[in-house]
Write a protein that binds this ligand. Structure first.
Ligand code: GLN
Length: 490
């Protein structure tokens, strides 16, 4: 029986003839079918995936050189353009839309011979923390089907968690890769802002948005990052820095690092006691292993969620103004007497409740009279955070934090209380406000049976060290012992 562990091992198995791309794709298609009720996928490209797999098998057997992602089965979030394939941001406003081009990240995956098996469910326009804001319905967490998978990239997280693909792409504007990874017990990386081109990623809040990666291990995350990162003429905010060989750098072992944590993050009243205790134990373990662990104070903790929601809704209100039903997207059947009424009908019917709430909030914080009180003030908070972060990283290699204050919520638990839902983003939005990379590592299991992780952050463009330290944390003897009895852990 096929058992996937990593891209490298899969390639070895292909080289030794133990499996083939077609056999592998068939395996995933049948698992997707048998776990359809999780609602992780919106579209599955069955015929296309099988056709590509057959082509790749022929190519490999003929002895031609193969791509770095030869036959790797990938799923993508419904906010990333894939030419000639449907794209909707899980919204009624784009329900019948087809992409005219592919995102740069997708082009790069395809060049290396990845097989895109389908498009994953998510919160509408990537706004949410539970995947409950999708026009396609909610996604179930495979570790406990009465719970949410997190969001907004819930479908992409469950696709990896439930073994419906090898790796997947999501997007992270305020935690949408790291938080669902935490809720589902897998690895989720949000790279530095500007590391991966945003060309072809549907914009939510452009100065925060990044494509992120879900996988079961650090090697796969590193490999995918190395391929999709890098300069791109189509995105002026992407970095021109050369892309390092992240996967090669993982060989460095037993390095000693300087970790810092903000004591307020572990004392926060919203944090589950057990999560706090396990993370404190991890700090002790790291200290015993010879790493430096420093407690710092962080006076801005209660400002980061408000600053995030002011700035991102402001950007969203502008970004989403393009969905008017004129050139594409939902057009109402109602009779309109003028252009304003026409827009109103299309947008009222096309957008869901949470997206409307954010457009209104964003329009409000940008309005004359309130601009300085909200938008400018939030920009100042962002500036302070950037300064504080630079200071921390002048003396420390990493900041450690919980990824989320609780394990995955029950379905419906927070959907009636948007403020409670927003406040649960307390640990993830920091990395997006400051543009630094963050990764959630699935190191723990709660006594209620749910997985949870810890979040590791480094200074900008320091993914090499971030991934090395992640690898060490994942491989440590203590982690292996902690997870020994966790179902699904490899
Ligand atoms: N939960 C956050 C929000 O709703 C994160 C969204 C995201 O990262 N796309 O804004």
């Amino acid at each position: 029986m096929f058992e996937y562990t990593s891209i490298d091992k899969y390639h070895l198995a292909l080289a030794q003839g133990e499996t083939s791309c077609i056999e592998t794709v068939r395996h995933y298609l049948s698992t997707i079918e048998s776990k359809k009720h999780l609602n992780a996928f919106i579209h599955v490209f069955e015929d296309e995936a099988l056709k590509k797999a057959a082509e790749f098998d022929t190519k490999r057997r003929s002895g031609k050189p193969i791509g770095k992602l030869h036959g790797v089965v990938v799923a993508i979030k419904d906010v990333i353009c894939y030419k000639d394939h449907r794209l909707s941001a899980a919204s009624a406003i784009l329900k019948d839309f087809t992409s005219l081009y592919s995102a740069t990240a997708i082009e790069k995956l395809l060049v290396e011979e990845a097989i895109i098996v389908g498009v994953c469910n998510c919160d509408e326009f990537a706004m949410g923390s539970t995947n409950e804001n999708s026009v396609y319905g909610n996604v179930l967490n495979a570790a406990d089907e009465t719970r949410v998978p997190g969001g907004s990239s819930g479908g992409s997280a469950v696709a990896v968690q439930a073994e419906l693909c090898m790796v997947s792409l999501g997007s992270d504007t305020g935690g949408s890769v790291r938080q669902p990874a935490d809720f589902c017990g897998i690895v989720g990386l949000k790279p530095t802002y500007g590391r991966i081109s945003r060309y072809g990623l549907i914009a939510y809040a452009s100065s925060f948005d990044q494509i992120g990666i879900f996988a079961n291990n650090i090697e796969d995350v590193s490999m995918i990052l190395e391929i999709i990162a890098g300069a791109d003429d189509y995105d002026s905010t992407v970095s021109q820095q050369p892309v390092e060989r992240f996967s090669g750098a993982l060989k460095a072992k037993n390095k000693k690092f300087r970790f810092a944590y903000f004591k307020e993050t572990l004392e926060h009243p919203s944090l589950d006691n057990e999560i706090a205790d396990r993370i404190k134990e991890l700090f002790d373990e790291l200290k015993n292993d010879g790493h430096e662990i420093t407690s710092l104070s962080f006076e801005y903790l209660d400002y980061i969620v408000p600053a995030y929601y002011i700035l991102t809704t402001a950007e969203a209100s502008s970004n989403l103004s393009r969905y008017d039903g004129v050139r594409y997207g939902h057009r109402s059947a109602k009779q309109s007497n003028d252009l304003t009424e026409f827009y109103k009908h299309n947008r009222s019917e096309g957008f869901g409740k949470e997206v409307k709430r954010r457009i209104m909030l964003g329009t409000f914080v940008l309005s004359t009279g309130y601009y300085d009180a909200y938008f400018t003030k939030a920009q100042k908070v962002r500036r302070k955070l950037v300064e504080k972060t630079a200071l921390v990283f002048s003396h420390h290699d990493f900041i450690l934090m919980p990824t989320s204050p609780s394990v995955a919520f029950k379905i419906g638990e927070k959907s009636g209380d948007p403020i409670a839902m927003y406040l649960a983003d307390i640990y993830t939005v920091f990395a997006n406000l400051t543009g630094i990379p963050g990764i959630s590592l699935p190191l723990f299991k709660h006594s209620n049976g749910m997985p949870f992780g810890v979040q590791l952050m480094s200074k900008q463009f320091n993914e090499v060290s971030l991934l090395q330290a992640s690898q060490q944390l994942m491989d440590s003897k203590n982690t292996l012992e902690r997870l020994r009895n966790t179902p699904g852990h490899k």
